[in-house]
Design a protein around this ligand. Sequence first.
Ligand SMILES: Cc1cc2nc3c(=O)[nH]c(=O)nc-3n(C[C@H](O)[C@H](O)[C@H](O)COP(=O)(O)OP(=O)(O)OC[C@H]3O[C@@H](n4cnc5c(N)ncnc54)[C@H](O)[C@@H]3O)c2cc1C
Length: 345
Amino acid sequence: METILVLAHTEADGSLAKPAREALHVAATLSKALADSKIVVGLVGEGVQAAANSIAACPATKYFGVAGKDFSQSRYATDSAAAEAICKAAQATLVIAPATSRWNRALPGVAERVGGRADTHVTSVTVSDGKIAVNRWYYRQRMEATLTRAQRPWFMLVDPGSQPACQCGAGTAKIETVAVNLPDTCKRTTVVGIRAPAADQQTIRPDAKVLFVAGAGWTKKQPDGKTHTDEAGKIILEFLDLTKASLGSSKSLVDLRGEGQAVLPFMSHLNQVGQTGSTPRHPKGLSTCCHGEEPHAVGWRFISERRAVNLDPNCGWARGKADVLYVADAFEVMRKVNALLAEKK
Ligand SMILES: Cc1cc2nc3c(=O)[nH]c(=O)nc-3n(C[C@H](O)[C@H](O)[C@H](O)COP(=O)(O)OP(=O)(O)OC[C@H]3O[C@@H](n4cnc5c(N)ncnc54)[C@H](O)[C@@H]3O)c2cc1C
């Protein structure tokens, strides 16, 4: 029998984020497809009762929890100790966890401690002839592989955004508290705080419906022979403000800062999509002033509906990878789009 442990950490407010519910959805689907299995839930955080209650109607037979101030923040030593203790208490054979930065850092080490194996960036889990298989992408999302493993426990870190979130309702969950003995060495790292941009300056929004990709063309000389970087910044920010879209960038555009050229000040390497950037998941994407292969072939591989605006009708990547290419001046197009959006508001 497989014991499927859904392992999640709580957020600062004690809630469960969407990626945790996506992991729960994977576990429920997997359990249905297996002849003999049960689901248990393990939670780590400062407090775990509210999170457990929020999913109390899920098909889990048992809840395990590690709670306390030491587990409030992401720290490898305490997170791995907590996860290891829960895996052992639950006698898990399959561990399904959201691939958050916190778990991506801690869980491969936990798999090693408990004699298991870990697969990160899992995008689906299937069962065929009773054999469990996971899917994941390699070579920066250019090749997809299906893997099976005999080794247990098998840790599967499910990429956020790749699954629907489970809709199970709330109730009252009974939690079995798991004791974790933290040696002093676990507390050598002290989290003193988090530096993050203010919410209204945050341009990376994983849950947004639209990804807006800006390329270096926004800062290049335009048909009048001049650059219009300030206006480009205003147009892009206005669009983001009106739509709450997420902002992606080509590498060339974010690299300009290092070359001392006029830049869009709200853009950083964190916005970069592509082979050496991220591969976000959004229902729709709009690429503007962008030519590169990597942003088009890799950066928006998981965008379902893709459109591009480029002055160059021969831009092979925009033509090859977008569903619709508008051969037009992005300044003009986006000014008009912003005006229409503002009218609608
Ligand atoms: C190993 C390696 C890894 C790389 N990884 C990445 C990566 O992860 N992500 C990435 O982005 N790049 C990556 N690159 C770089 C990539 O190959 C391209 O050089 C880069 O993406 C080009 O950026 P761009 O399209 O913004 O700029 P450009 O190539 O300069 O294209 C600008 C485009 O803007 C258009 N344009 C200009 N003005 C307008 C206007 N008014 N309206 C409409 N269109 C306009 C032009 O027609 C042109 O097509 C990588 C390169 C290498 C070698």
